[in-house]
Design a protein around this ligand. Structure first.
Ligand code: ARG
Length: 312
């Protein structure tokens, strides 16, 4: 590995998370959410959620992640899903604008949380979404490092109107993908772009137009299509760091396909969060994704240094 490659792989990967202290299912904004069953379970599901979140937290830490936390808040049970907080690239934060009133109360807290990260020098800039364009953060807007573009889910939460905002703010292309199945209402519930360029996805979650688009961009050898069972356990809602992929559940067949690609599957069961329509990926927000344009000065100056060292 040369110096340039080292610089191109900032480490450790840094995530934003939120403790599940007030996590619960108290309203229904997706088909997975059933407030009555949650309430009927007494404290049991909450205890499980706390334990499972801690399992994810240690799995990420144990695999080399750095983790920042925002403070949980009573009455905002979904704040725990930090993937929905913002889209972050090149140290710039594009704050979320939620579709549902149930989650809009998170917005001021997220702004305050990002300001605190800015004050600590972890990010440079915070931008708000214009009114009228819904964008539910990285849950619907997935950075594809290999292709240098964002994939934008729409149809249930985020809107196509967010696309020009994303392209303008980050200066990279954004490819819209229309979702077709309400059970897979955020793009990260059915699509995961791995650093290698491979993509895990659930074909039935997309409209035929979106599926054509995926197939036009992604070569057959790079497609890892999920069956309904893996998809329904949110296997696509995974966190890939280094050579590891952290997910709640994985069939033997899927594990084999991931291992063939050199990935080690780390299981962190998160069933309590599936009751809210979430899993590993949406409990995290990657804070340190960089585009080629941002990496370029580092690569260029590093190459210059290497040349100078070689000749000097
Ligand atoms: N209950 C939350 C909602 O419906 C779950 C969000 C999961 N987040 C995600 N990025 N998939 O908004």
């Amino acid at each position: 590995m040369n110096d340039a490659t080292l610089l191109a792989q900032p480490s450790p990967p840094r995530y934003l998370m939120c403790r599940p202290q007030y996590f619960a299912v108290t309203y229904r904004i997706n088909p997975w959410m059933d407030p009555k069953t949650w309430a009927d379970s007494g404290a049991e599901l909450h205890v499980t959620a706390v334990r499972q979140w801690a399992g994810l937290y240690s799995a990420l830490l144990g695999n080399g992640a750095g983790i920042e936390l925002i403070e949980p808040e009573p009455g905002l049970p979904d704040l725990v899903f930090t993937a929905n907080a913002a889209v972050v690239l090149d140290r710039k934060v594009l704050l979320t604008r939620f579709r549902h009133a149930e989650r809009q109360g998170e917005q001021p807290l997220l702004l305050a949380g990002f300001k605190a990260l800015q004050a600590r020098g972890l990010i440079d800039e915070i931008v708000e979404m214009p009114e009228g364009a819904v964008l539910e953060g990285a849950g619907d807007c997935i950075w594809d490092r290999k292709r240098g573009l964002f994939w934008l889910g729409n149809g249930f939460r985020s809107e196509p109107a967010a696309r020009p905002v994303i392209e303008k703010q980050f200066g990279v292309p954004c490819v819209p993908l229309e979702l077709a199945d309400p059970n897979f209402y955020h793009l990260d519930t059915c699509f995961c772009a791995l650093p290698s360029g491979d993509v895990i996805y659930y074909p039935a979650a997309f409209t035929s137009g979106a599926l054509d688009c995926i197939h036009n961009h992604i070569a057959p050898v790079q497609r890892i299509a999920l069956d309904r069972a893996d998809a329904s356990h949110f296997a696509a809602n995974a966190v890939c760091l280094g050579g590891n992929i952290v997910m709640s559940s994985c069939s033997t067949m899927l594990r084999r396909r991931l291992e063939e690609r050199g990935l080690k599957v780390v299981k962190a069961p998160l069933h309590a969060f599936l009751r809210s329509g979430g899993s590993a990926c949406c409990l995290t927000l990657r804070l340190d994704h960089l585009s080629d344009a941002a990496l370029m000065p580092a690569l260029t100056s590093n190459a210059a240094r290497t040349t100078a060292e070689a000749s000097g």
